[in-house]
Design a protein around this ligand. Structure first.
Ligand code: CA
Length: 644
């Protein structure tokens, strides 16, 4: 079977005007026909028209139809014929509006979905790459519990409510990374009352918001308008929006829009003809092919232009090829430049990051894949550091395994690797780093610093599981220390929402479809653990006020000059950011001491008069106490932050 030939793909499958609607579809070159059907409803209902599309005169595999009259409010499907057989009705591969559950495309006037005051594609919150404080959030987690006090529970609109906005601003996060919010399969939009939960890593329509997060999944315009209202409210508050994009696999092959439209074109196969499964989800897309590369670029661009999305998190980025990722980075930058958002390319000015790994072997040469080890070939893109994450909480292959936080020695160099933002530093022994034996980033802005995300256990559960019989008091100390490492490192800090209110998931490791009772944030925790919230808030503020210190790694030649690791020991890492006034900071030197041991340790310091701003329990930039000394006692399971 022929695949789709290389060309400038036009993915505008439906263009509405009150006089006529134009349809266009890209297929493989050997498609024999495309039937277009117009319906009066998003499901069931009547076929109002059935039209055979015409093959483009010049472009093999491009099909057209124009239907006169005002079709607004109608729905459509394509059905492509190969080898005398129809593949089955579907909304196309680039539907921008759909009916319930995304089975049919919807004919709407996109301009009518714009909220009042909306300017599509504006990215008005100027932010340097190192200014981002990323907050990873699932719509249901955040707002579903009555304790949230939010009205639009589990919906896009929750993030338009003043209470939500004020909360995020007060905490100090400025970049909301929303878990998959395009149309996905696993929640039946006709049975929302049942309250089912899913993360949404099962894409159906990549370019339409998910109906389950809208107040009316039957009305195609509602989800679009409500998504835009969410972006608009966050932008107004100075908060950027990052979309989690899952181009690496689809929910289904045979029942998916890609396969029905362009059979065997969008997915990689093994030499024996079976589907490759680098995603661990049953299939793996082929970003290296012209049409998929063009598709990903068009999709990212569309979310930026139509919805004003500011950044993207690429799920299993290691399934994609390096060339595609760099092409996306360049395209995204050009989009920002249109909005006068021009900061020099290095450091890069847009937030693109991903998981620098796959979930199985891919049917593509490893050296060409966007893996973490290849990040130096993708200078405008960042990757998650599992080195730092696992150095703190423990290895990924066992929830009961502890590391630095549990007082297990041997992870110090891995932690230092993260503190240096995965870049080169002469005081790190790379042979002792857990997963990477050399730095993989050219710039520390290429590393996402984190200790937990939606995957695996959240921090509280991991601490409880890996450190038997840990007291609540110690758990809090370790939690705060973990985030102190994250926020005083050179990478871009990232937290899972709810960590700031000491969330737990009742020990569930993979909560992708667990009920709300597992995944919800219990907002009463804010009253139970005000110390935790205040610590996170003050830690974020401290990072912002001293970003000169925490962004040195953007120029790797400066890092060794301004970051010095002080003599430490087992589960004891101390580091000093120095000569900071030269970098514009108001403090001369900042020292951070992380003691993962369950007893106190003494750390030698350059003799000076120090102001302690973090004592393990609280942070106060004005100073908690001062002392003149050449050593300090680091309390058990605590982080100290001080300056002189
Ligand atoms: Ca859906």
């Amino acid at each position: 079977m022929a695949t789709a030939s290389a060309r400038d793909y036009n993915f505008n499958e439906m263009t509405y005007s009150p006089r006529a609607t134009e349809f266009l579809l890209n297929t493989n070159d050997d498609a024999q026909g495309v039937t277009l059907r117009i319906y009066d409803a998003g499901k069931d209902g009547k076929v109002l028209k059935k039209v055979e599309m015409k093959r483009d005169k010049n472009i093999a595999g491009e099909w057209h139809a124009t239907i006169k009259g005002d079709l607004k409010g109608r729905f459509y499907t394509f059905d492509v014929k190969y080898n005398g057989k129809y593949m089955g009705e579907n909304p196309g591969i680039f539907a921008k509006a759909v009916g319930v559950n995304g089975r049919r495309g919807a004919i709407i006037d996109m301009a009518e979905t714009n909220p009042e005051g909306w300017e599509a594609g504006r990215h008005t919150n100027l932010m340097h790459i190192y200014d981002h404080i990323i907050y990873e959030m699932h719509h249901r987690d955040f707002s579903i519990d009555p304790s949230s006090g939010l009205e639009h529970k589990g919906k896009f609109l929750a993030l338009t409510e003043p209470k939500a906005i004020e909360y995020l601003k007060d905490l100090g996060v400025n970049t909301i990374h929303i878990l998959p919010s395009y149309d996905y399969a696993s929640i039946d939009e006709e049975r929302l009352a049942e309250g089912n939960y899913n993360w949404g890593y099962d894409p159906v329509n990549y370019n339409v918001p998910e109906g389950g997060y809208s107040t009316n999944p039957y009305d195609p315009a509602t989800r679009i308008r409500e998504f835009k209202l969410m972006v608009q409210a966050l932008h107004k508050a100075g908060i950027q929006v990052v979309l989690d994009v899952v181009y690496n696999h689809t929910f289904s092959i045979d029942d998916g829009n890609f396969q029905k439209t362009c059979p065997d074109t969008f997915y990689r196969k093994n030499p024996d003809g079976s589907w490759s499964n680098g995603s661990g989800c049953g299939n793996e897309t082929a970003s290296d092919r012209d049409i998929m590369r063009a598709y990903m670029m068009a999709s990212v661009k569309y979310w930026m232009e139509e919805y004003g999305i500011d950044g993207f998190r690429f799920d299993l980025m290691g399934v994609h090829d390096i060339e595609t990722m760099n092409a996306i980075a360049q395209m995204v930058e050009e989009e920002f430049a249109k909005d006068n958002y021009s900061i020099p390319r290095f450091p890069p000015n847009v937030l693109l990051y991903g998981e620098g790994w796959s979930a199985g072997s891919c049917a593509y040469p490893n050296e060409k894949l966007a893996m973490k080890a290849h990040m130096k070939q993708m200078p405008a893109i960042a990757a998650f550091s599992d080195e730092m994450r696992d150095a703190l909480r423990g290895p990924w292959d066992g929830d009961d395994k502890a590391a630095f936080l549990g007082g297990v020695p041997g992870f110090e160099e891995s932690l230092k690797f993260g503190i240096a933002g995965a870049t080169q530093h002469p005081q790190i022994d790379y042979s002792k780093v857990n997963y990477s034996k050399e730095p993989w980033a050219n710039y520390s802005s290429q590393m996402i610093s984190y200790v937990s995300c939606h995957d695996d256990m959240c921090l509280v559960d991991r601490l409880k599981t890996s450190i038997p019989n840990i007291s609540q008091k110690d758990l809090i100390k370790l939690d705060l220390m973990a985030q102190t490492a994250v926020f005083t490192s050179q990478g871009i800090p990232f937290i899972l929402s709810g960590e700031e209110m000491l969330r737990d998931k009742k020990g569930v490791h993979n909560s992708y479809n667990s009920p709300d009772s597992i995944n919800h944030l219990d907002w009463n925790n804010l009253k139970r653990y005000p110390q935790v919230y205040n610590y996170y808030k003050n830690l974020i503020a401290l990072r912002k006020h001293h970003i000169a210190a925490f962004s040195i790694g953007l120029s790797n030649k400066n890092l060794a000059k301004h970051l010095e690791f002080l003599p430490g020991g087992d589960c004891l890492v101390a580091y000093r950011y120095k000569d900071l006034k030269k970098l514009g900071d108001k403090w001369s030197n900042i020292i951070v001491i992380l003691n993962g041991n369950n007893d106190k340790r003494t750390v030698k310091l350059p003799k000076s008069t120090y102001t302690i701003v973090g004592d393990g329990d609280t942070i106060n930039e004005d100073g908690i106490y001062t002392l003149t000394t050449d050593e300090i006692i680091a309390p058990p399971r605590s982080a100290i932050i001080m300056h002189d």
